[in-house]
Ligand binder design. Structure first.
Ligand SMILES: [Zn+2]
Length: 554
């Protein structure tokens, strides 16, 4: 008799000293005692990667199915039933293997007899195996949840802590690592460290990550700096629980690091002096991106001065390509004047526009309401006419030809009416359309720079913050905009009037967002900056019909 050996050990059994080798030995002994020939051995350890066991089982199953006839395989030999089949599905498949290919199951410890009784014992064993495995799983999960509710992490503690046998405090700070964690947060919260400089400094100060990898790496730093466990919190399955382990980091330090990680407050004192980069501007001649560079010049007196330049990144420009090179200050001035272009020069002009804008929106809305009411009334009338026509036809007052013609006419008009009703929202949209379409896109983009503006612009901050809030209020469907849209448009207008001063008070991260919110692209020639404004900012720049006219105000 030819057999295939299938060996499996769970991770728990491995810990308890049952090894694959022991299992294999038992099976080989059994095979030689019975005089069976082993065709092939399949081995899998459950501690291997999740899913590996299933893959191995399928591999074994397919191989046996394929080679059963060719090699004359009679049985799969395993230690116990729960080694070879862990759920009803496996049991069914194995049964199928026996029916089709004549491959039976053989065990070192228990053997089933032939016939219905054997089948029943097999099924019962399979069911018990599955129950055992399911039960184990729920028990383990229950135990873990319980531990979380008690305030303890039910798995390996993160860097900075150690798991220990103490029942009262199973997770304690590891003195060495805890010092490293504190140092990492301290250095990073200063705002001047990059991951790279942090790695160097930690190395120089003698902190180590782990024995196998002594230097910290970006991944480990990012993981540590983002881990709320150090605050004393427990995150388990996406929910936060109060932890009972000792926190290592204070809240404000952690928050400072989060701000830096998310690109805010890169430097505490003043804004970043790094150039604006990342294809924010393009060359007007060749389309290449404009790069920023800092050039340090030694002064005669011994000091150093840094100049910022922006130039076309094209290293092989053609003959016609003029030199595109801007001083940082000049580019900044150009951007500010570009943003200023949206602003009305006189306060009363902007006040007038604001009023007109709200009024136009109100008008559009009341027009829309009137239109809608009219169409709805007409629709009801038409339906009444249709009913009356049908009654007349049934009463014999109208002949079939007339009825059909009239009925078709009425149906056509009802459907026209319905179409108009559906388009009704568009009328309002046409009037203040550009502003509103832009509004939705822009509100999404500008909410962030407005969330964090320097103190000089604190007054405008409030109204901008509101745009961010509005953002959530503006649903995607245009007809749902409803009466909130006027408000949003007005707020957006207010923001546009402050854009230049917002720019002045923002760091590079925010500046980029402001620019991207306002314009679709920005090209730089040797002499000028040209931007293509998004809607509705383009309207504000052109301002064709908004010259204040005293007559309009009355
Ligand atoms: Zn160029």
């Amino acid at each position: 008799m030819n057999v295939v050996i299938w060996a499996r050990v769970s991770s728990r059994e491995q810990r308890e000293g049952y090894s694959i080798d022991a299992q294999l030995r038992a099976m080989r002994d059994k095979a030689s005692r019975e005089g069976w020939k082993v065709a092939r051995e399949f081995v899998v350890a459950e501690s291997a990667k999740r899913g590996a066991e299933r893959v191995a089982f399928n591999e074994m199953f397919d191989w046996v199915k394929r080679s059963a006839r060719k090699l004359g395989i009679d049985a799969i030999l395993s230690h116990k039933l729960d080694r070879v089949c862990r759920n009803m599905r496996d049991a069914v498949r194995l049964q199928e293997l026996e029916d089709k290919c004549g491959v039976k199951l053989a065990f070192v410890d228990n053997q089933f007899g032939p016939g219905a009784a054997g089948m029943l014992s097999f099924n019962v064993m399979a069911a018990v195996s599955q129950y055992y495995s399911d039960n184990l799983r729920t028990e383990v999960l229950k135990g873990k949840d319980e531990k979380v509710l008690q305030g303890w992490l039910p798995c390996g503690a993160p860097y900075g802590y150690a798991n220990c046998d103490d029942r009262d405090e199973p997770i304690k700070p590891d003195p060495e690592q805890a010092r490293a964690v504190a140092r990492i947060f301290e250095l990073y919260s200063g705002g001047n460290a990059t991951f790279r400089s942090l790695i160097e400094q930690l190395d120089a100060e003698g902190y180590t990550y782990r024995n196998s990898q002594r230097r910290f790496c970006r991944t480990s730093l990012s993981y540590i700096l983002n881990n709320r466990f150090y605050l004393g919190e427990l995150i388990w399955h996406g929910r936060t629980y109060p932890g009972r382990h000792k926190p290592l980091i204070e809240h404000h330090v952690f928050q400072a690091c989060q701000d830096i990680l998310s690109g805010k407050n890169r430097r505490k004192n003043g804004r970043s002096d790094a150039p604006l980069a990342g294809s924010l501007f393009r060359c007007a001649y060749c389309g290449q991106s404009i790069t920023g560079e800092r050039i340090r010049r030694k002064l005669r007196g011994g000091g150093v001065r840094t100049h910022q330049y922006y130039r076309c990144a094209n290293n092989t420009p053609g003959h016609e390509h003029p030199v595109v090179r801007w001083r940082g200050e000049d580019l900044e001035a150009a951007i500010i004047s570009d943003l200023e272009a949206m602003r009305f020069p006189e306060p009363d002009q902007s006040e007038w526009f604001r009023e007109s804008l709200s009024k136009a929106i109100l008008d559009a809305e009341s027009h829309e309401r009137r239109q809608r009411a009219m169409l709805q009334k007409r629709q009801t009338e038409l339906q009444g006419m249709q009913d009356r026509l049908l009654n007349a036809y049934l009463a014999g007052d109208v002949d079939a030809g007339t009825f059909q013609k009239k009925s078709a006419d009425l149906k056509a008009e009802i459907s026209r009416c319905r179409d108009n009703l559906e388009r009704c929202g568009d009328i309002g949209r046409d009037i203040c359309g550009d502003i509103l379409t832009g509004c939705r896109d822009i509100c999404r983009d500008i909410s962030e720079p407005c969330g964090d503006i320097s103190e000089a612009c604190r007054d405008t901050k409030k109204s901008c913050g509101d745009i961010g809030k509005r953002r959530r209020d503006i649903p995607a469907g245009r007809r749902d905009i409803g009466n909130r849209r006027g408000d949003s448009a007005v707020r957006l207008f207010d923001w546009s009037q402050q854009a230049a001063s917002l720019w002045r008070g923002s760091n590079n991260h925010e500046r980029r967002q402001i620019l991207e919110a306002v314009c679709l692209n920005r090209t730089l020639s040797d002499v000028s900056l040209v931007t293509l404004k998004r809607k509705p900012f383009d309207v504000l720049v052109k301002r064709p019909s908004v010259q204040p006219n005293r007559g309009d105000k009355i």
